[in-house]
Structure formats: C-alpha cells, structure tokens
Write a protein that binds this ligand. Sequence first.
Ligand code: ADP
Ligand code: MG
Length: 685
Amino acid sequence: MASLDTRLDELPKVKPAELKALEKLGLRTVRDLLLNLPANLETFGAPLPISDLQADGKATVIGTLTSIGARKTRYKHLALTEATLSDDAGGRLKIVWFRMPWIAKQLHEGDRIAVAGEAKLSGYGASWEMRNPLHERVAGPGGPQRVGGLMPRYRLSEGITNKKIGDLVESLLHLAGELDDPLPPETRLRNRLPGIAEAIREGHRPQTEEQWRRARNRMVFTDLLALQIYFLQHRRKLESEPATPVPYVQAVIDQFKAGVGFELTNAQRRATWEVFQDLEKPVPMNRLLNGEVGSGKTAVAAAAVAMTHAAGLQSIVMAPTEILARQHLLKFRSYLEESFPDLRVDLLVSGLPAAERRRVTMAVASGQTALLVGTHALIEEKVQIPNLGLAVVDEQHRFGTRQRELLRSKGSGRPHFLAMTATPIPRTLVLTIYGEMKVSEIGELPPGRAPVATTVIWPEEREEAYRLVRQEVAAGRQAFVICPLIEESEKLEAKAATIEFERLRSEVFPDLRLALVHGKLKDKDQVMRSFAAGESDVLVATPVVEVGVDVPNATVMLIEGADRFGLAQLHQFRGRVGRGAHRSHCLLLADEPSETARFRLNLVAREHNGFRLAEQDLELRGAGELIGSRQHGVSDLAMEQLRNPTLVDEAREEAAKLVAADPDLDRNPALAAAVERLLDRMAMS
Ligand code: ADP
Ligand code: MG
C-alpha cells in the first residue's frame, strides 16, 4: 500500500523515463505528487451530441467506438490510429491519433469512451473529425471523470504525459485525507482558505473553475507563507550574531561629499542615510540597493566604505566579472582617493600576475588595504580579511544565498552586508528573492540625463542606423554594437561577433576605428579600457558589456538581434549610454521579429522607467528569465503573485504573526516541514 512518503519509484507502472521527468518537475514522493496541483485548466465544456458540434470549437463527446485500427501512412510511415465514434443520437465522429499506435491496443470496438478536443468538419463538410483528442473510457452512468468538462493541465517535462500524471494522482487521491495541514485553523479562518484535503481533492478534480482557483490559491498562499517565514527566521538568525558597529561620523560624510565629484541625488542621500543607520547597529546590516540602471548605486556603496574605513574596518566589493571589477576599482578610487588619501583600494582578480597577487594578499592580510575589489571568484578562495566590516556585492542576479553565506564568513565576525541589483527589480519579486533583506530603492537618475532616444529599427532601415553611428562619431562620440545573444555557447557567440566585426569593418565603417570584445578574448580589459579612453570609435561586443561599463562619451547603443533579449536586459544595455551630457540613442534591431517581439521592443522604446519595464517583462516572459533559472521555484511563485499581488502581503502579515507567537514553529511541525520542503524545492537551504 502506498503512503504519502512512498517514493514514486516504488509505485508500480511508473517507467524510468517517467520517473526522470517527474524528478525534473521536483516530484519524488506521493506527497509531492498530491501537492502539485494542475497549473491550468482546459475547458472543453460538458459533453455534446455530435449533431450539435460547432466548427473549430473545443468539445467533449461521449459515444461508442464502432471501429478502431492502427496503420502506417504510405508516405513517411507515420503511425495512425483511426476510429469512429457513434453517439446515442446516431451522430458519427471520425477520430485520428497520430503517433499513438498503442491506443489501438487499449481501446476496442464497442468500448464506450469520452473524447475531448477540437472538432473540425472534414471530407468537404461531410463529417466531423477530431485529431489527437484526449480520451477516457467511460464506465457506468457517471460520465467521464477527467476528459471533457474541465481538464486539469499539469506542468510537464519531456518523458511524461498529462494523462499519466492525472492517472497517478487519481490512484493516490484517497490519501489526501492523511496530509497534515501546515496552515493552522486560525490562519485558514483569517484568510478564508479551505483545508488541505479539500484543496487537494478539488484542485485535482474540480467541478468548477472557481474550485480549482480556490484550491490553487490556498497552495500558493502556503508557499508564500513558508517563504516569508523562512525569511523572517533567516533574518533573525543573521541578526542574532554580533557585528562591529560602524559609528556615524558627520565629518566623514562631509569629506566624502566634497571629494566624490558631484552632488548626491535625493534618492542616493536617502539610501546612504539608511545604510549608515544600519551600520551603527551591533547586528549585521542586510540591505539591498534596488536601483535604476545608472542611478549611482556605486557612490552609495563608496560612502559606506568610507564610513567603515573611518571605524578602522576593511571592506570588500565583489563584481560578477573581471571587467566590472576593474571598473569598480577605478570608480571607487576616483570617488574616495581625493578625500581619503589613506584609504587604500586594491584589486584581486584571477588574472593577476603572481607577484601582484602576493602583494595584494599581503596588504589585505596586514590590514593595509581598506577596500578590496574583486570578482565572485574571490570568495571561492582562501583570502582572509582580518578586519572585514563591510561586504558589498554587485549582484547581477547571479548571487545565490549560499554564496552570500560564504561571503559573510570571510572575516572573523559577521560583516555588514550590502547588495546592489544590476537592473531594477519589481517590488513583488524583491520580496520573494531578497525577502530577508531590507531594501533601499533608487528610482531617480542624476540630473541632466536626457532619456535615451530609443528606436526600433526594421531590417529595411538598417542603413539609417549606420548613418546615425557615423554622424555621432563625426561629432566626436562613440558607439556600441551589441551582437545577438547565442545561448548555445560562448564560442559560437565569439565567432558570430568576429564575423560581424569583420563585416562592419570592411563593408560598413571602413573609415572608422573599430574594436571587438567577446568572452573568449584574452585582453578584453585592454580593449575596454582603450575604448573608454576614446581610442576606438565603435565597440563591437558580445553581450558581455551588459555588466555595467561606464563610457560617458558613448552616445549610441546599437543592439542586433534585440528580440532575443529580455526587456530588463535591453534596458540595462540602454543604460550604458546617456551617462554623459550628450543626447544618446538606443537602436533595437530585429531581423524577423514576430508579433510579440514587435510588441516587446516597442515597449522598451516607450518605457524608460526600469521598474515598470521589469514588471512588464515579468508578465511577458516569466520571472525565470528575469532572475535566472537558478531559483525557478521562486519564479513560479512570483508569477502567481503577479496575478494576485495582495497575496504576498497577506502571507507576510500572517508569517509575522505566526513567527512572533512561535519563532521556531515548535508547535506547528507541519508548517515547519512545509518550510523545509519549499527550501528544498528552491535549492536554497
Ligand atoms: P549604477 O547604479 O547603474 O551602478 P553607477 O554607480 O555606475 O550606476 O553610476 C552611473 C554614472 O553616474 C557614473 O558615471 C557615476 O559617476 C555617475 N553618478 C552617480 N551619481 C551621480 C550624481 N549624483 N550626479 C552625477 N553623476 C552621478
Ligand atoms: Mg553598477
């Protein structure tokens, strides 16, 4: 007898390929299977007599098979199962299943079945036909259980069919009553949610769409609640360990303002103030700077570094790539060196010569280095930073919770922690990805930045794009050309970029100075630096420049294959220009844009607010694209929230109540288990 904890591989009739597919979906036990409600419902409607069918409509029909047989087509030897279904009123429906020869073995003449699918008139309007309908044997007078009416649609992965999942669930549904409900009765009452057994039964086999929605809503609420509880507990754990307070010193901020080279924006000032307040506490800061592209997050981090230094502590800044780390080095130096001559900034990246590396490691270990800038690779190494007071991470959506933990363990105590987003992240998503952190939002750009004029360029207008590049270069400006994203490999991407570079150099801009940078290039930093120094006019690049190079003299961003990028990513590219005083342009080129691609690109052209754009991106492509595939459990949740944004607030409130009353959930083991399961699913623990 199966129980909730029975592993799916212990069940009879589950093939190895199906097990693998289920595993991919995160389903390992009977419990997992039951808790996994259909992601969607398909509506075929109640069964109809064949004579009432409508052309090209979805429909359900019940009848008796009057013939069924399998054959292969002469051309291509395609396996066909052909059948005829007659209903009680004498109507006839032809059925064809492609590539499903086994159906002819399972069903026989005289069987009573229900089919659901698209009905079409065939044979010059002479007879009704359905291709590849869903089917189910109908026994007794009860009518079909799963085919027709509302068809549950499960998330699938290669190797498993919707029917198979449905059948498995069906055979196990009687165990629903044994599930412990992680939601306490008060919580259910307060939020008007059904109990778990009811939700599982109705969610898998709904009579109405409303039932399914209610059940699903309850399951999503449970996940959101579990996640928020995790964040609260995690935050509590982080704050239970002491950090060295960094006292606020007015003279330091005055000095910083005098040397940074510009007036801080209001948003920067507010964020800086929030950071200083956190730093003063004897518990580690845990804050996210969620900022618009180009909003000046680096300056906020630099102010924190200065204050930390004044307290006699060291800081590290981590960047996702070497190029960006080097740029950070320059930026931090330029912000800090004038006002704080004794604040020594060093760089540690994998590409350093051995002697330099030794020198830096020594300087860090001896405490001479006040700020160490490096790549993520840094944390994988055994660099010890004796007086680490502040760790800053330029996130780029690539930093997992585990990595953050590693980073925190670099010093002897717990450092204060500050993360910066690469592109703005919508609020709902922030709560699901960075829920344990406090957030400072920077929505404002430094003054004097005109919005980057963004144009979608159709293939026949390509010449105009080149003309604009030429015109800007003639005026002393520079341009980026971003090559299409090629996901298969960095090597292919590099190759395509090289070909495009050669073409542009020989055919389009023979008179301009072109440079090329791609991931496989050894001296890419050299190329970037020389471009930043104005030694080339046009930089042809694979999407590597995305990570935030700062070249104020560049005024054109031309993006090839723009339809392959996410909106947030396009916005990030666009943020590479318009950083200086000159009017800038972003040109989005797409070769054969689909209808949706046109829509998305026009959205980028219209919408200059990164937060709003990110929200639209989320709706259009799903959160997985926005935050990377790393935590797709989170992305499913985030999508749900978009459909129902108040749900996350309700879950947060409820989580706060529950944790306040029972911090470790000792009195609610079912909820504690739900938290564990969620973390497991998201690979966060
Ligand atoms: P991001 O938030 O995208 O990381 P950066 O910190 O790289 O942005 O800042 C973008 C550019 O704006 C940099 O060249 C920086 O020096 C400049 N900058 C930052 N803050 C201000 C400000 N308050 N006034 C003028 N320029 C600023
Ligand atoms: Mg940045």
